[in-house]
Write a protein that binds this ligand. Sequence first.
Ligand SMILES: Cc1cc2nc3c(=O)[nH]c(=O)nc-3n(C[C@H](O)[C@H](O)[C@H](O)COP(=O)(O)OP(=O)(O)OC[C@H]3O[C@@H](n4cnc5c(N)ncnc54)[C@H](O)[C@@H]3O)c2cc1C
Length: 413
Amino acid sequence: MPLRLLKYGLSRRYPVRGDLPPTPDLRPAYDVVIVGGGGHGLACAYYLSRYHGIRSVAVLEKGWLAGGNTARNTTTIRSNYITPEGIAFYREGVQLFEEMSRELDFNVMFSQRGQLTLAHSEATLRSFHLRAEMGRHLGTRIEVVDTKGVEALAPLLHMDYGGALEIVGGLWHADGGTARHDAVAWGYASQAARRGVELHQRTEVLAFERVGERIGAVLTNRGRIGCGNVLIACGGMNYPVALKAGVELPIRNFPLQAMVTQPLKPFLHNLVSSVSLHTYLVQTDRGEVVIGGGSDPYQLYSTRSTLDMKEHLAAGAVHLFPFLKSVQLTRQWAGITDMTPDYSPIMGASPVENLWLDCGWGTWGFKATPVAGKRMAETIATGRVPAILKPFALARFGSFRLLNEMGATAASH
Ligand SMILES: Cc1cc2nc3c(=O)[nH]c(=O)nc-3n(C[C@H](O)[C@H](O)[C@H](O)COP(=O)(O)OP(=O)(O)OC[C@H]3O[C@@H](n4cnc5c(N)ncnc54)[C@H](O)[C@@H]3O)c2cc1C
Protein backbone atom coordinates (compact mmCIF):
# COMPACT_ATOMS: atom_id res chain seq x y z
CA MET A 1 0.00 0.00 0.00
CA PRO A 2 1.49 3.39 -0.90
CA LEU A 3 2.59 5.33 2.22
CA ARG A 4 0.51 8.37 1.26
CA LEU A 5 -2.67 6.28 1.16
CA LEU A 6 -1.87 4.81 4.58
CA LYS A 7 -1.27 8.30 6.05
CA TYR A 8 -4.59 9.46 4.57
CA GLY A 9 -6.38 6.45 6.06
CA LEU A 10 -4.98 7.05 9.54
CA SER A 11 -5.29 10.85 9.55
CA ARG A 12 -7.65 12.45 12.06
CA ARG A 13 -8.39 15.14 9.49
CA TYR A 14 -10.33 12.59 7.41
CA PRO A 15 -12.45 10.66 9.91
CA VAL A 16 -14.37 7.67 8.60
CA ARG A 17 -18.03 8.50 8.26
CA GLY A 18 -20.18 5.41 7.87
CA ASP A 19 -23.48 5.64 6.05
CA LEU A 20 -25.30 4.69 9.23
CA PRO A 21 -25.16 6.57 12.55
CA PRO A 22 -24.41 4.66 15.77
CA THR A 23 -27.37 3.57 17.90
CA PRO A 24 -28.51 6.61 19.95
CA ASP A 25 -30.11 6.62 23.41
CA LEU A 26 -33.83 5.83 23.37
CA ARG A 27 -36.18 8.77 23.63
CA PRO A 28 -39.24 8.51 25.95
CA ALA A 29 -41.66 8.28 23.00
CA TYR A 30 -41.92 8.24 19.19
CA ASP A 31 -44.78 8.83 16.77
CA VAL A 32 -44.05 5.47 15.13
CA VAL A 33 -42.17 2.49 16.54
CA ILE A 34 -41.17 -0.13 13.98
CA VAL A 35 -40.32 -3.52 15.43
CA GLY A 36 -37.82 -5.26 13.14
CA GLY A 37 -34.90 -3.72 11.26
CA GLY A 38 -35.08 -5.91 8.17
CA GLY A 39 -35.74 -4.58 4.68
CA HIS A 40 -39.47 -4.14 5.34
CA GLY A 41 -39.11 -2.17 8.58
CA LEU A 42 -36.37 0.02 7.11
CA ALA A 43 -38.30 0.68 3.90
CA CYS A 44 -41.39 1.72 5.87
CA ALA A 45 -39.26 4.09 7.98
CA TYR A 46 -37.82 5.62 4.82
CA TYR A 47 -41.20 6.22 3.15
CA LEU A 48 -42.67 7.63 6.39
CA SER A 49 -39.84 10.13 6.72
CA ARG A 50 -39.52 11.08 3.07
CA TYR A 51 -43.10 11.17 1.79
CA HIS A 52 -45.25 11.70 4.89
CA GLY A 53 -43.07 14.05 6.95
CA ILE A 54 -43.11 11.66 9.92
CA ARG A 55 -39.61 11.74 11.37
CA SER A 56 -40.21 10.76 14.97
CA VAL A 57 -39.65 7.13 14.04
CA ALA A 58 -37.63 4.45 15.87
CA VAL A 59 -36.66 1.19 14.18
CA LEU A 60 -35.98 -1.40 16.88
CA GLU A 61 -33.78 -4.30 15.81
CA LYS A 62 -32.82 -7.02 18.26
CA GLY A 63 -29.66 -7.95 16.34
CA TRP A 64 -28.09 -6.00 13.51
CA LEU A 65 -29.85 -4.31 10.60
CA ALA A 66 -30.99 -6.77 7.91
CA GLY A 67 -29.50 -9.72 9.79
CA GLY A 68 -32.74 -11.74 9.49
CA ASN A 69 -34.21 -13.07 6.26
CA THR A 70 -33.24 -9.93 4.36
CA ALA A 71 -29.59 -11.05 4.45
CA ARG A 72 -30.41 -14.73 3.86
CA ASN A 73 -32.63 -14.63 0.82
CA THR A 74 -31.79 -15.52 -2.76
CA THR A 75 -33.12 -12.17 -4.07
CA THR A 76 -35.60 -13.32 -6.71
CA ILE A 77 -37.72 -10.35 -7.80
CA ARG A 78 -40.76 -11.00 -9.99
CA SER A 79 -44.47 -10.42 -10.40
CA ASN A 80 -45.60 -13.63 -12.17
CA TYR A 81 -48.08 -14.55 -9.45
CA ILE A 82 -51.47 -16.23 -9.83
CA THR A 83 -54.16 -14.06 -8.23
CA PRO A 84 -55.03 -10.65 -9.74
CA GLU A 85 -54.46 -9.07 -6.30
CA GLY A 86 -51.03 -10.67 -6.01
CA ILE A 87 -49.95 -9.71 -9.53
CA ALA A 88 -51.01 -6.06 -9.06
CA PHE A 89 -49.14 -5.82 -5.76
CA TYR A 90 -45.88 -7.48 -6.87
CA ARG A 91 -45.92 -5.58 -10.16
CA GLU A 92 -45.74 -2.32 -8.21
CA GLY A 93 -42.83 -3.89 -6.29
CA VAL A 94 -40.92 -4.60 -9.51
CA GLN A 95 -41.57 -1.05 -10.71
CA LEU A 96 -40.13 0.34 -7.47
CA PHE A 97 -37.03 -1.85 -7.88
CA GLU A 98 -36.54 -0.41 -11.37
CA GLU A 99 -36.24 3.06 -9.82
CA MET A 100 -34.63 2.11 -6.52
CA SER A 101 -30.96 2.98 -7.11
CA ARG A 102 -31.97 6.47 -8.23
CA GLU A 103 -34.55 6.87 -5.45
CA LEU A 104 -32.04 5.94 -2.74
CA ASP A 105 -28.94 7.37 -4.42
CA PHE A 106 -27.42 3.97 -3.68
CA ASN A 107 -26.55 1.23 -6.15
CA VAL A 108 -28.73 -1.75 -5.23
CA MET A 109 -27.41 -3.71 -8.25
CA PHE A 110 -30.87 -4.39 -9.66
CA SER A 111 -30.40 -6.75 -12.58
CA GLN A 112 -33.53 -7.37 -14.62
CA ARG A 113 -32.38 -10.51 -16.39
CA GLY A 114 -35.69 -12.38 -16.54
CA GLN A 115 -36.95 -15.57 -14.96
CA LEU A 116 -37.59 -18.88 -16.73
CA THR A 117 -39.80 -21.44 -14.96
CA LEU A 118 -39.60 -24.88 -16.52
CA ALA A 119 -42.53 -27.20 -17.25
CA HIS A 120 -41.84 -30.93 -17.22
CA SER A 121 -45.44 -31.94 -18.03
CA GLU A 122 -48.36 -30.83 -20.17
CA ALA A 123 -50.41 -30.17 -17.03
CA THR A 124 -47.82 -27.66 -15.78
CA LEU A 125 -47.72 -26.05 -19.19
CA ARG A 126 -51.50 -25.57 -19.11
CA SER A 127 -51.25 -23.81 -15.74
CA PHE A 128 -48.49 -21.59 -17.20
CA HIS A 129 -50.86 -20.50 -19.99
CA LEU A 130 -53.33 -19.38 -17.35
CA ARG A 131 -50.64 -17.43 -15.45
CA ALA A 132 -49.39 -15.85 -18.67
CA GLU A 133 -52.91 -14.74 -19.66
CA MET A 134 -53.57 -13.27 -16.25
CA GLY A 135 -50.16 -11.58 -16.01
CA ARG A 136 -50.38 -10.02 -19.48
CA HIS A 137 -53.86 -8.77 -18.74
CA LEU A 138 -52.50 -6.99 -15.64
CA GLY A 139 -49.46 -5.52 -17.37
CA THR A 140 -46.54 -7.85 -16.60
CA ARG A 141 -44.16 -9.12 -19.25
CA ILE A 142 -44.87 -12.83 -19.27
CA GLU A 143 -45.29 -15.52 -21.94
CA VAL A 144 -45.23 -19.28 -22.44
CA VAL A 145 -42.27 -20.50 -24.50
CA ASP A 146 -41.81 -23.86 -26.27
CA THR A 147 -38.71 -26.06 -26.09
CA LYS A 148 -36.92 -23.98 -28.74
CA GLY A 149 -37.60 -20.88 -26.65
CA VAL A 150 -36.25 -22.60 -23.54
CA GLU A 151 -33.08 -23.66 -25.38
CA ALA A 152 -32.54 -20.13 -26.62
CA LEU A 153 -32.92 -18.64 -23.12
CA ALA A 154 -30.70 -21.19 -21.35
CA PRO A 155 -28.48 -22.89 -23.94
CA LEU A 156 -26.57 -25.07 -21.45
CA LEU A 157 -29.71 -26.50 -19.86
CA HIS A 158 -30.12 -30.31 -20.06
CA MET A 159 -33.49 -30.75 -21.80
CA ASP A 160 -33.76 -34.47 -20.90
CA TYR A 161 -35.51 -35.23 -24.23
CA GLY A 162 -37.26 -38.60 -23.90
CA GLY A 163 -36.37 -38.81 -20.18
CA ALA A 164 -38.58 -38.84 -17.11
CA LEU A 165 -38.16 -35.11 -16.54
CA GLU A 166 -38.25 -33.93 -20.13
CA ILE A 167 -38.65 -30.16 -20.41
CA VAL A 168 -41.75 -29.47 -22.51
CA GLY A 169 -41.75 -25.66 -22.30
CA GLY A 170 -41.47 -22.80 -19.87
CA LEU A 171 -42.91 -19.60 -18.46
CA TRP A 172 -40.73 -16.65 -19.41
CA HIS A 173 -41.06 -13.55 -17.23
CA ALA A 174 -38.96 -10.76 -18.67
CA ASP A 175 -39.63 -8.48 -15.68
CA GLY A 176 -37.93 -10.88 -13.24
CA GLY A 177 -34.53 -10.11 -11.76
CA THR A 178 -32.33 -9.82 -8.70
CA ALA A 179 -30.87 -7.06 -6.51
CA ARG A 180 -28.21 -6.97 -3.83
CA HIS A 181 -30.14 -7.64 -0.60
CA ASP A 182 -27.76 -5.84 1.80
CA ALA A 183 -27.64 -2.82 -0.46
CA VAL A 184 -31.45 -2.56 -0.47
CA ALA A 185 -31.50 -2.55 3.34
CA TRP A 186 -28.53 -0.17 3.70
CA GLY A 187 -29.97 2.17 1.08
CA TYR A 188 -33.28 2.47 2.92
CA ALA A 189 -31.53 2.66 6.32
CA SER A 190 -29.10 5.41 5.37
CA GLN A 191 -31.74 7.54 3.64
CA ALA A 192 -34.14 7.13 6.56
CA ALA A 193 -31.39 8.01 9.07
CA ARG A 194 -30.54 11.09 7.04
CA ARG A 195 -34.14 12.26 7.55
CA GLY A 196 -34.09 11.80 11.31
CA VAL A 197 -35.25 8.20 11.73
CA GLU A 198 -33.47 6.55 14.68
CA LEU A 199 -32.04 3.08 14.06
CA HIS A 200 -31.69 1.14 17.31
CA GLN A 201 -29.66 -2.01 16.90
CA ARG A 202 -29.39 -4.62 19.68
CA THR A 203 -32.76 -3.41 20.92
CA GLU A 204 -35.15 -6.27 21.46
CA VAL A 205 -38.87 -5.82 22.01
CA LEU A 206 -39.82 -7.93 25.01
CA ALA A 207 -43.45 -6.94 25.60
CA PHE A 208 -46.17 -4.42 24.80
CA GLU A 209 -48.06 -2.39 27.39
CA ARG A 210 -51.78 -2.32 26.56
CA VAL A 211 -53.91 0.68 27.46
CA GLY A 212 -57.48 -0.31 26.63
CA GLU A 213 -57.69 -1.09 22.90
CA ARG A 214 -54.29 0.47 22.17
CA ILE A 215 -50.60 -0.20 22.66
CA GLY A 216 -49.44 2.42 25.17
CA ALA A 217 -45.77 1.54 25.28
CA VAL A 218 -43.18 -0.86 23.90
CA LEU A 219 -40.95 -2.54 26.47
CA THR A 220 -37.42 -3.32 25.28
CA ASN A 221 -34.19 -4.63 26.77
CA ARG A 222 -33.03 -0.98 26.81
CA GLY A 223 -36.12 0.53 28.39
CA ARG A 224 -39.73 1.57 27.90
CA ILE A 225 -40.88 3.66 24.92
CA GLY A 226 -44.21 5.42 24.47
CA CYS A 227 -45.65 5.14 20.96
CA GLY A 228 -48.23 6.62 18.62
CA ASN A 229 -48.34 3.73 16.15
CA VAL A 230 -46.51 0.42 16.15
CA LEU A 231 -45.59 -1.70 13.13
CA ILE A 232 -44.61 -5.35 13.45
CA ALA A 233 -42.16 -6.37 10.70
CA CYS A 234 -40.20 -9.16 12.37
CA GLY A 235 -39.82 -11.75 9.59
CA GLY A 236 -39.50 -15.22 11.11
CA MET A 237 -40.39 -13.87 14.57
CA ASN A 238 -43.70 -12.26 13.57
CA TYR A 239 -45.82 -14.88 15.28
CA PRO A 240 -44.25 -14.67 18.78
CA VAL A 241 -43.88 -10.87 18.64
CA ALA A 242 -47.53 -10.31 17.62
CA LEU A 243 -48.59 -12.73 20.34
CA LYS A 244 -46.90 -10.47 22.91
CA ALA A 245 -49.39 -7.80 21.80
CA GLY A 246 -52.28 -10.23 22.16
CA VAL A 247 -52.65 -10.94 18.43
CA GLU A 248 -52.50 -14.56 17.27
CA LEU A 249 -51.52 -14.72 13.60
CA PRO A 250 -52.32 -17.68 11.29
CA ILE A 251 -48.61 -18.29 10.79
CA ARG A 252 -46.40 -21.38 11.09
CA ASN A 253 -42.62 -21.25 10.86
CA PHE A 254 -40.52 -23.44 8.58
CA PRO A 255 -36.78 -23.22 7.84
CA LEU A 256 -35.83 -22.37 4.26
CA GLN A 257 -32.36 -23.23 3.04
CA ALA A 258 -30.15 -22.14 0.17
CA MET A 259 -26.54 -22.69 -0.89
CA VAL A 260 -23.92 -21.27 -3.20
CA THR A 261 -21.09 -22.68 -5.33
CA GLN A 262 -17.60 -21.49 -6.05
CA PRO A 263 -17.45 -18.77 -8.75
CA LEU A 264 -17.70 -20.02 -12.35
CA LYS A 265 -17.39 -18.32 -15.73
CA PRO A 266 -20.74 -16.80 -16.76
CA PHE A 267 -22.99 -19.55 -18.16
CA LEU A 268 -26.47 -18.63 -16.97
CA HIS A 269 -27.90 -15.22 -17.66
CA ASN A 270 -31.48 -15.76 -16.41
CA LEU A 271 -33.01 -17.10 -13.25
CA VAL A 272 -34.06 -20.71 -13.89
CA SER A 273 -36.49 -22.62 -11.76
CA SER A 274 -38.11 -26.05 -11.96
CA VAL A 275 -41.44 -26.66 -10.29
CA SER A 276 -41.09 -30.45 -10.47
CA LEU A 277 -37.53 -30.55 -9.13
CA HIS A 278 -38.26 -27.92 -6.47
CA THR A 279 -34.97 -26.27 -7.39
CA TYR A 280 -33.98 -22.88 -8.74
CA LEU A 281 -30.65 -21.40 -9.77
CA VAL A 282 -29.23 -17.97 -10.42
CA GLN A 283 -25.66 -17.00 -11.23
CA THR A 284 -24.48 -13.92 -9.36
CA ASP A 285 -22.38 -11.11 -10.79
CA ARG A 286 -19.40 -12.73 -9.04
CA GLY A 287 -20.04 -15.99 -10.90
CA GLU A 288 -21.27 -18.02 -7.94
CA VAL A 289 -24.37 -20.15 -8.53
CA VAL A 290 -27.03 -19.60 -5.86
CA ILE A 291 -29.25 -22.67 -5.52
CA GLY A 292 -32.53 -22.76 -3.60
CA GLY A 293 -35.76 -24.73 -3.40
CA GLY A 294 -38.73 -25.40 -1.13
CA SER A 295 -38.95 -25.09 2.65
CA ASP A 296 -37.99 -27.85 5.06
CA PRO A 297 -40.99 -30.18 5.50
CA TYR A 298 -41.36 -29.58 9.26
CA GLN A 299 -41.94 -26.58 11.55
CA LEU A 300 -38.90 -25.30 13.42
CA TYR A 301 -37.36 -22.09 14.77
CA SER A 302 -33.82 -22.89 13.63
CA THR A 303 -31.31 -21.63 11.09
CA ARG A 304 -29.24 -24.82 10.85
CA SER A 305 -28.44 -26.35 7.45
CA THR A 306 -29.10 -30.03 6.71
CA LEU A 307 -27.40 -32.65 4.61
CA ASP A 308 -30.67 -33.93 3.13
CA MET A 309 -31.55 -30.47 1.77
CA LYS A 310 -28.04 -30.08 0.37
CA GLU A 311 -28.42 -33.44 -1.43
CA HIS A 312 -31.88 -32.52 -2.71
CA LEU A 313 -30.80 -29.14 -4.09
CA ALA A 314 -27.56 -30.53 -5.54
CA ALA A 315 -29.47 -33.33 -7.30
CA GLY A 316 -31.90 -30.84 -8.84
CA ALA A 317 -29.13 -28.47 -9.95
CA VAL A 318 -27.03 -31.28 -11.47
CA HIS A 319 -30.06 -32.65 -13.29
CA LEU A 320 -30.61 -29.27 -14.95
CA PHE A 321 -26.92 -28.48 -15.54
CA PRO A 322 -24.97 -31.79 -15.39
CA PHE A 323 -21.55 -30.08 -15.56
CA LEU A 324 -22.24 -28.66 -12.05
CA LYS A 325 -21.48 -32.12 -10.62
CA SER A 326 -17.80 -31.28 -10.28
CA VAL A 327 -18.34 -27.83 -8.76
CA GLN A 328 -17.67 -27.14 -5.07
CA LEU A 329 -20.24 -25.71 -2.69
CA THR A 330 -18.84 -22.93 -0.55
CA ARG A 331 -21.75 -22.12 1.77
CA GLN A 332 -25.18 -23.32 2.86
CA TRP A 333 -27.51 -21.42 5.14
CA ALA A 334 -31.12 -21.10 6.32
CA GLY A 335 -33.67 -18.57 7.49
CA ILE A 336 -36.87 -18.97 9.50
CA THR A 337 -39.87 -18.22 7.32
CA ASP A 338 -43.32 -17.18 8.55
CA MET A 339 -45.77 -19.07 6.34
CA THR A 340 -49.47 -18.26 5.99
CA PRO A 341 -52.09 -20.83 4.89
CA ASP A 342 -52.53 -19.21 1.45
CA TYR A 343 -48.90 -18.23 0.75
CA SER A 344 -49.84 -14.53 0.71
CA PRO A 345 -48.73 -11.92 3.27
CA ILE A 346 -50.75 -10.23 6.00
CA MET A 347 -50.65 -6.43 5.73
CA GLY A 348 -52.72 -3.71 7.35
CA ALA A 349 -54.73 -3.39 10.52
CA SER A 350 -54.67 -5.71 13.54
CA PRO A 351 -57.36 -6.12 16.21
CA VAL A 352 -55.36 -3.61 18.32
CA GLU A 353 -56.13 -0.01 17.36
CA ASN A 354 -52.64 1.43 16.78
CA LEU A 355 -50.85 -1.83 15.94
CA TRP A 356 -50.15 -2.50 12.24
CA LEU A 357 -48.99 -5.71 10.59
CA ASP A 358 -46.45 -6.36 7.84
CA CYS A 359 -46.19 -10.11 8.37
CA GLY A 360 -46.47 -13.53 6.74
CA TRP A 361 -43.73 -12.93 4.20
CA GLY A 362 -42.68 -16.54 4.23
CA THR A 363 -40.34 -17.48 1.43
CA TRP A 364 -41.23 -14.64 -0.98
CA GLY A 365 -41.01 -11.25 0.79
CA PHE A 366 -37.73 -9.75 -0.43
CA LYS A 367 -39.27 -8.65 -3.73
CA ALA A 368 -42.01 -6.88 -1.78
CA THR A 369 -39.60 -4.81 0.34
CA PRO A 370 -40.21 -1.49 -1.46
CA VAL A 371 -43.93 -1.87 -2.12
CA ALA A 372 -44.74 -3.13 1.37
CA GLY A 373 -42.62 -0.34 2.89
CA LYS A 374 -44.25 2.32 0.74
CA ARG A 375 -47.82 1.11 1.22
CA MET A 376 -47.49 0.40 4.95
CA ALA A 377 -46.06 3.91 5.44
CA GLU A 378 -49.10 5.31 3.61
CA THR A 379 -51.39 3.19 5.82
CA ILE A 380 -49.78 4.35 9.07
CA ALA A 381 -49.57 8.00 8.01
CA THR A 382 -53.19 8.25 6.87
CA GLY A 383 -54.82 5.63 9.10
CA ARG A 384 -56.45 4.18 5.96
CA VAL A 385 -55.49 0.97 4.19
CA PRO A 386 -54.98 1.66 0.44
CA ALA A 387 -56.95 -0.43 -2.06
CA ILE A 388 -53.88 -2.36 -3.19
CA LEU A 389 -53.34 -3.71 0.36
CA LYS A 390 -56.96 -4.40 1.31
CA PRO A 391 -57.06 -7.99 -0.04
CA PHE A 392 -54.13 -8.90 2.25
CA ALA A 393 -55.96 -8.05 5.48
CA LEU A 394 -55.75 -10.39 8.47
CA ALA A 395 -59.56 -10.46 8.40
CA ARG A 396 -59.53 -12.52 5.16
CA PHE A 397 -58.87 -15.68 7.18
CA GLY A 398 -62.10 -15.15 9.11
CA SER A 399 -64.18 -14.62 5.97
CA PHE A 400 -62.51 -17.35 3.83
CA ARG A 401 -61.36 -14.85 1.18
CA LEU A 402 -57.95 -16.48 0.78
CA LEU A 403 -55.44 -15.49 -1.90
CA ASN A 404 -53.93 -18.81 -2.87
CA GLU A 405 -50.44 -18.26 -4.29
CA MET A 406 -49.01 -21.64 -3.40
CA GLY A 407 -48.42 -22.61 -7.02
CA ALA A 408 -46.48 -19.38 -7.60
CA THR A 409 -44.25 -19.39 -4.53
CA ALA A 410 -43.56 -22.97 -3.47
CA ALA A 411 -40.45 -23.62 -5.58
CA SER A 412 -39.02 -20.32 -6.72
CA HIS A 413 -40.00 -17.66 -4.18
C1 LIG B 1 -33.12 -18.95 2.18
C2 LIG B 1 -34.16 -17.93 1.83
C3 LIG B 1 -34.36 -17.58 0.50
C4 LIG B 1 -35.34 -16.62 0.17
N1 LIG B 1 -35.43 -16.24 -1.13
C5 LIG B 1 -36.28 -15.25 -1.49
C6 LIG B 1 -36.31 -14.79 -2.82
O1 LIG B 1 -35.56 -15.27 -3.68
N2 LIG B 1 -37.17 -13.77 -3.13
C7 LIG B 1 -38.00 -13.22 -2.19
O2 LIG B 1 -38.78 -12.33 -2.54
N3 LIG B 1 -37.97 -13.61 -0.90
C8 LIG B 1 -37.12 -14.61 -0.51
N4 LIG B 1 -37.06 -15.03 0.79
C9 LIG B 1 -37.97 -14.43 1.78
C10 LIG B 1 -37.45 -13.09 2.25
O3 LIG B 1 -36.11 -13.23 2.68
C11 LIG B 1 -38.28 -12.54 3.42
O4 LIG B 1 -39.65 -12.68 3.17
C12 LIG B 1 -37.98 -11.05 3.63
O5 LIG B 1 -36.59 -10.86 3.73
C13 LIG B 1 -38.68 -10.55 4.89
O6 LIG B 1 -38.15 -9.27 5.21
P1 LIG B 1 -38.50 -8.61 6.61
O7 LIG B 1 -37.85 -7.31 6.67
O8 LIG B 1 -39.97 -8.70 6.81
O9 LIG B 1 -37.88 -9.66 7.68
P2 LIG B 1 -36.38 -9.82 8.20
O10 LIG B 1 -35.38 -9.45 7.19
O11 LIG B 1 -36.30 -11.21 8.77
O12 LIG B 1 -36.29 -8.75 9.36
C14 LIG B 1 -36.98 -8.89 10.58
C15 LIG B 1 -36.09 -8.37 11.68
O13 LIG B 1 -36.83 -8.35 12.90
C16 LIG B 1 -35.90 -8.57 13.94
N5 LIG B 1 -36.63 -8.99 15.14
C17 LIG B 1 -37.25 -10.17 15.39
N6 LIG B 1 -37.78 -10.17 16.62
C18 LIG B 1 -37.52 -8.96 17.16
C19 LIG B 1 -37.81 -8.36 18.42
N7 LIG B 1 -38.49 -9.02 19.38
N8 LIG B 1 -37.38 -7.09 18.64
C20 LIG B 1 -36.69 -6.41 17.69
N9 LIG B 1 -36.38 -6.94 16.49
C21 LIG B 1 -36.78 -8.19 16.22
C22 LIG B 1 -34.99 -9.66 13.38
O14 LIG B 1 -33.75 -9.70 14.05
C23 LIG B 1 -34.86 -9.25 11.92
O15 LIG B 1 -33.69 -8.52 11.64
C24 LIG B 1 -36.13 -16.01 1.17
C25 LIG B 1 -35.93 -16.36 2.51
C26 LIG B 1 -34.94 -17.30 2.85
C27 LIG B 1 -34.73 -17.66 4.29
